[in-house]
Design a protein around this ligand. Structure first.
Ligand code: GLN
Length: 316
């Protein structure tokens, strides 16, 4: 079996690059255009803090939907599981990530889960703070602690584009208000959601988030930032819903919790082993990076990272 090394990652990147041609770059994101189609970068940080990077790993992109796991962690810390899941469900959904039809379900109007847009807007409505600015500051502080990167910040142009292109998200939020599902200030929840999407990160930052999840919520200084029971919840929901309506496919082919964003970013958390950060901007119709997804699948197979692998049981 191959060993994790920079050379292995370089080869894995070359193998995965052709899959970019199956995707499209989301050009509604400022500075995103077709010249980025072939970008592919990865950073892996192991449980011992060994770092392996390859390809375009320094490229910085907005978090987009990878922010949904940070928002969920913060809401769980603020309100606990019972309250959070009164607001949002924990079931996978077969529709697209920005679907509105699922909110019309006759028995419950709750969004299916916190990884789809409606669910993440509901989660944003829970995050504590006296103003949007203060709530976002808490989000950013938590993210900076997790990644140990004090330089992380929101990009104003991306934020403005989120607002300008936010008709669907506004529709989701106002629909939820109309059914009594979203009871706080709708514009504030949306504003916080847009800001959370607009924080810029590179592969190393994404990998740090994955490592945080994989190492029991402990930051690089050894501080425990979130209880284990909340981490379990977040990782389970990433596995069942983190890759939207391709989550079943990724659970089978990858077998560890992942979360994607339409910037072509993917966070992977291999419990007890490593955090993975990938950036490859060409995405498929479901919003997942095509080359990035191929790369994660290859890593799982070649490095034997699938949590459900019988091999792990025998070795353990
Ligand atoms: N900003 C995007 C949106 O709100 C994020 C979606 C995503 O990354 N899947 O639709």
């Amino acid at each position: 079996m191959p060993e994790l090394s920079t050379q292995f990652l370089n080869e894995a990147i070359e193998d995965s690059k052709p899959f970019a041609s199956q995707g499209q770059v989301n050009t509604t994101i400022p500075n995103f255009d077709d010249t980025m189609k072939d970008l592919l970068g990865i950073t892996i940080i192991t449980e011992n803090f060994d770092i392996y990077s390859a390809g375009d790993y320094n490229h910085i992109v907005p978090m987009q939907s990878t922010s949904k796991i940070i928002g969920l962690m913060l809401a769980l810390k603020d309100f606990g599981k019972d309250r959070v899941f009164q607001t949002v469900g924990m079931e996978p959904m077969g529709d697209f990530f920005n679907s509105i039809s699922s909110l019309e379900s006759p028995d419950t109007h709750k969004p299916f889960n916190p990884m789809i847009n409606a669910g993440a807007i509901s989660i944003a409505s829970l995050i504590k703070g006296q103003s949007v600015e203060k709530r976002f500051e808490r989000y950013l502080t938590f993210l900076r602690d997790i990644t140990e990167n004090d330089g992380l910040q929101m990009d104003e142009d991306v934020y403005k584009a989120e607002i300008a292109n936010g008709a669907r998200n506004r529709s989701l939020a106002y629909f939820m208000q109309s059914t009594g599902t979203l009871v706080t200030d709708v514009e504030e929840a949306l504003d916080l959601y847009f800001r959370m999407n607009s924080v810029m990160m590179c592969c190393n930052d994404f990998a740090r988030v994955g490592l945080f999840l994989a190492r029991g919520g402990v930051d690089p200084d050894g501080n425990k930032l979130i209880p284990d029971h909340h981490l379990r919840t977040v990782k389970a929901i990433m596995l069942t819903s983190g890759m939207y309506n391709a989550s079943g496919h990724f659970a089978v082919e990858v077998g560890f919790p992942c979360k994607s964003g339409v910037s072509g970013s993917i966070i992977g958390a291999v419990p007890g082993k490593m955090g993975i950060g990938v950036v490859a901007p060409a995405i498929d119709g479901r919003g997942n990076s095509t080359a990035g997804g191929a790369l994660i699948k290859k890593l799982s197979k070649d490095l034997n990272l699938n949590m459900f692998g019988i091999e792990n049981v025998i070795e353990g």
